[in-house]
Write a protein that binds this ligand. Structure first.
Ligand SMILES: [Zn+2]
Length: 323
């Protein structure tokens, strides 16, 4: 089968990759459409080392040989958990002490013709949700998690979303539906036109002052400066949610050091955000209150994965197909 991974430092579509061998509890899935994530771009660029088959966002069809769900259209959480550690049993499976993450960390991902996926990680996609929308189930799970982690806010609380990538744009849509003062700060006119289409407030990140007047700041930039900027915008005792884990390549000079003194002086709460619950992402799709299809900028066959990943640097969603 074909599989995309980094081999000797080079992004390679291996035409003769070994077929996955399902472990107990796994089923074989044939990806139909997959999405390129920020993690995929970091791996392709060498900023994150991984020898696994890449890819974490997909919709696929369970292989006909499967004893369960044969032929079903499914999505999956990429976080593989043990189910028995204290954190799994304590209701925090995304923090499982033995977790592996499809496509990024010790587990092969979905940029391949076949993939072994734990049955427990999968959900069947309702018929009303098309394939290209279903690819957003996992990113939307993350957005639902952001919503869950928000502190109690009034409808008038000032919420700023930093970053106009896929997660920032999805979060802006979801949060603006319940709070009139949500605004997105970004850099790209094409993203602003999407905000206008959705009725979401937006400004160029350089326009607003740094007045420390926001009740909640959500850093979706993925950039080293995101947290520092968030701290300049947050009022005393505010909450910052951050999804950014800026990394530098091994041996690269410089780092992502952030001066945390504003967090102490202003008594800020800084909350990291990672992952989510797949069922909540699928529910957001089923409710049809989020426009995901407008975020798709290009579609490429797996054979053109290199071009697809280069295109994905624009910050919107690029899809891979497996025909
Ligand atoms: Zn565990």
């Amino acid at each position: 089968m074909r599989a995309l991974r980094i081999i000797s430092g080079t992004l390679t579509l291996d035409p003769k990759a070994a077929d996955p061998v399902p472990a107990p509890g796994d089923v074989l899935v044939r990806p139909v459409v997959a999405g390129i994530s920020a993690a995929d771009r970091h791996i392709a660029a060498g900023r994150v080392a991984s020898g696994a088959i890449m890819g974490s966002e997909f919709v696929g069809v369970v292989d006909s040989s499967s004893p369960k769900l044969a032929g079903a259209r499914v999505v999956a959480s990429p976080v593989i958990t043990c189910g028995v550690c204290d954190l799994c049993k304590g209701g925090l499976p995304n923090h499982c002490r033995a977790r592996r993450v499809m496509g990024t960390h010790a587990r092969d991902g979905c940029f391949a013709d076949r993939i072994a996926v734990p049955l427990l990680n999968m959900l069947e996609v309702p018929r009303a949700i098309d394939d290209e929308s279903a690819v957003f189930a996992w990113p939307l799970s993350c957005v639902a998690h952001i919503r869950n982690l928000l502190p109690a806010t009034r409808k008038s609380s000032f919420i700023t979303i930093l970053g106009d990538g896929v997660i920032g744009l999805l979060a802006a849509q979801v949060l603006a539906s319940t709070n009139d003062t949500v605004r997105l700060l970004g850099k790209h006119p094409d993203k602003f036109s999407l905000c206008e289409k959705w009725g979401v407030k937006h400004r160029h990140v350089d326009e607003p002052g740094r007045r420390q007047d926001q009740d909640v700041v959500i850093d979706c930039t993925g950039a080293p400066g995101g947290l520092a900027l968030a701290m300049q915008m947050a009022r005393p005792r505010a909450t910052i949610l951050t999804l950014s884990t800026p990394t530098t390549a091994p041996g690269a000079s410089g780092g992502s050091g952030v001066d945390l003194s504003p967090a102490v002086v202003n008594e800020l709460t800084i909350q990291g955000v990672r992952g989510g619950r797949l069922a909540e992402g699928l529910e957001l799709l089923a409710q049809r209150r989020v426009d995901v299809l407008s975020l798709i900028t290009a579609r490429y066959p797996l054979t053109q994965a290199r071009d697809a990943i280069a295109r994905a640097a624009s910050g919107l969603k690029v899809l891979l197909t497996f025909a």
